[in-house]
Ligand binder design. Structure first.
Ligand code: ATR
Length: 280
């Protein structure tokens, strides 16, 4: 880390808990690489402390901060402005300080899309995507897909009403979104070129669970799972066995931080330096 001085600017993460987070390692390594006068710390803030924490951050003139579970929605009440991306997603993961004002944005969806482009070499305007899930993560990924011209989108979810609700919300960018429940998965997945799991199914400790059946995965497609613990979910193992190309959630974690870094510093993020800290 570069030397801390009276000119050093603070950044941080507000969450509850935060002890597992790799964001401090990732971002401090990037600041060091560019010799930028920033330091990034993690703060464990309970929900009933959030308002005071934001007031403190403002007073101390932080350059900005990240927000994680459980504050991504409630933080919106305490910011001066919410940009159009965070507004469309309905959640904030990054805050930028400008002229004493705190502006909320969301880099999750864009970060995910960049991970698909960089790690899998695909552009979504060529892809027929089936997105599994319709919760908060699906909202960020779905918004990024439709606002970047995805060729075709189908939302598959356990609960039909939630899939319908998300499709209706996203229809302002793409009118022709199809929906289905997990039971319809076999037919719907036949024509998919890219399958994205945004649900928590398969996450540690229930590592043997899968949101769809292995037989339904077409061998020619890409299967991407937002989960990174475990690094290879049962879904990804099954997809690989079928001959599909696979991606885990570490890419999204990396690129959402890279985009936040770029917004705070106006410098291109040193991706490989950041990736190394994630893999440690
Ligand atoms: P997040 O913010 O992480 O996306 P969420 O908003 O609670 O979390 O959404 C979780 C998603 O995982 C939902 O799509 C949920 O399906 P429902 O809408 O039917 O609840 C899906 N999900 C969670 N557990 C599941 C399970 N055991 N089987 C299938 N889908 C599941």
């Amino acid at each position: 880390m570069i030397q801390l001085t009276s000119e050093t600017k603070a950044l941080g993460l507000l969450g509850h808990p935060v002890s597992h987070s790799k964001s401090p390692q990732m971002l401090n390594a990037a600041f060091s690489y560019h010799r930028l006068p920033y330091v990034y710390l993690a703060f464990d803030i309970a929900p009933d402390q959030l308002k005071e924490a934001v007031a403190g951050i403002k007073l101390l003139r932080f350059q900005g901060f990240n927000v994680t579970i459980p504050h991504k929605i409630s933080i919106m009440d305490y910011l001066d402005e919410i940009d159009s991306v965070a507004d469309a997603i309905g959640a904030v993961n990054t805050v930028i300080e400008r002229n004493g004002r705190l502006i909320g944005t969301n880099t999750d969806g864009k970060g995910y899309l960049r991970s698909l482009e960089v790690e899998m070499g695909i552009s979504v305007d060529q892809e027929s995507v089936v997105m599994i899930g319709a919760g908060g993560a699906a909202r960020a990924v779905g918004h990024a897909l439709v606002s970047h011209g995805v060729k075709q989108l189908t939302i598959l979810n356990r609960t039909n009403e939630k899939a319908e609700y998300l499709a209706t919300h996203l229809s302002q960018w793409l009118p022709s979104i199809q929906v289905g429940t997990l039971k319809d998965g076999k037919k719907i997945l036949e024509n998919a070129t890219c399958i994205i799991n945004t649900t928590s199914v398969g996450m540690h400790p229930r590592i043997h669970e899968m949101p769809i059946e292995a037989d339904w995965i077409p061998s020619h497609c890409i299967v991407s799972d937002l989960i990174y613990a475990p690094v290879k979910t049962a879904l990804l193992k099954a997809a690989k066995a079928k001959g599909a190309r696979i991606q885990n959630g570490l890419g999204m974690l990396l690129f959402q931080a890279a985009i936040a870094y770029e917004q705070w510093t106006n410098q291109i993020a040193p991706i490989e330096i950041m990736r190394q800290t994630l893999q440690k």
